[in-house]
Design a protein around this ligand. Structure first.
Ligand code: G3H
Ligand code: ZN
Length: 284
């Protein structure tokens, strides 16, 4: 089936109380694994292309993998450009067929983030594509920051409401305590803050940094208005661990398919587990 806009999937998910998994892909095998898991669960799904994948393989190539597999998908699927930092990256993503884009102005002062987001919204909407934007700053596990600094990076409800009104964005990723990557501990989501944001922002909310978060926190976040959860690091980890196990299990071999099959199976299992956490099974 043709790729779907995020607008077809996310407002409905927020209203129904589930979240659509947005899984970052880095190879054709990962694309296959995400689609297979989504189809087995009859779940809508988002495949996203982030900056690492763009750097490694190019946005056109990554999007072509997804478009090709989507043409025989049994579930509604959206192709999302993740964390684009500038106008050019968004234009390339749109040309490559993305049906959703994220502009990431989180490093900028809020007013400048809003100004640039509004420009991206005009551009993407002219192409019929919705825009996700970020307020506050979802950092990485490698950031060495104090409790005060972490607090200062969180999104405030009033700032979120103003940002949405000023930019016309279609979904919002507020910083609510999650971090990108997998650290030693499990981050504590600020569900109270999420609820206050959801009370003044009727749009689907997006949770970044989904890797490593436990199912209970995920469910609480979804209950508070999150309609899209981004997962990257844990899928890359699963893929690499699967490749390694596949090679070890088969002993000396010159057939890469053996390792790739094991890597694909590991990603499929992880995506299936997350779809269950998100309450998305049977929602296609
Ligand atoms: O945009 C991508 C995500 O926020 C992924 O974060 O690597 O912690 O899963 P993660
Ligand atoms: Zn992210």
């Amino acid at each position: 089936m043709p790729l779907r806009s995020a607008l077809d999937l996310l407002p409905r998910a927020r209203a129904a109380g589930h979240a659509v998994g947005a899984f970052s892909i880095h190879s054709p095998e990962m694309v296959e694994a995400v689609f297979d898991a989504a189809e087995a669960a009859a779940a809508p799904v988002i495949l996203q292309v982030g900056r690492r994948a763009v750097r490694n393989s190019g946005v056109e190539q990554c999007c072509a993998w997804v478009r090709q597999r989507a043409s025989r998908s049994a579930v509604p699927a959206c192709l999302h450009l993740d964390h684009a930092l500038d106008f050019d990256a968004v234009v390339r993503g749109l040309r490559a067929g993305c049906t959703s884009v994220m502009y990431d102005g989180a490093e900028l002062p809020l007013a400048e983030n809003a100004r640039r987001t509004a420009e991206i919204v005009r551009l993407a909407h002219a192409a019929g594509v919705p825009v996700e934007a970020e307020v506050g700053r979802v950092g990485g596990v490698e950031d060495d920051i104090s409790v005060e600094e972490a607090e200062a990076r969180l999104a405030g409800p009033e700032a979120c409401a103003r940002f949405v009104a000023e930019t016309g964005c279609d979904s919002l990723a507020p910083a609510v305590g999650s971090v990108h990557g997998l650290g030693s501990g499990v981050p504590r989501l600020r569900i109270d803050l999420l609820r206050r944001i959801a009370a003044v922002v009727p749009l689907p909310l997006v949770l970044h940094g989904g890797s490593g978060l436990d199912g209970a926190q995920m469910r609480a976040a979804i209950g508070a208005g999150v309609a899209k959860v981004n997962i990257d690091t844990e899928l890359r980890r699963a893929f690499v661990a699967g490749l390694r196990e596949g090679l070890e299990a088969h002993g000396p071999t010159d057939d890469p398919a053996l390792a790739l099959a094991a890597g694909t199976a590991a990603v499929r299992a992880q995506v299936a587990a997350r779809i269950a956490d998100f309450g998305a099974a049977g929602q296609a």
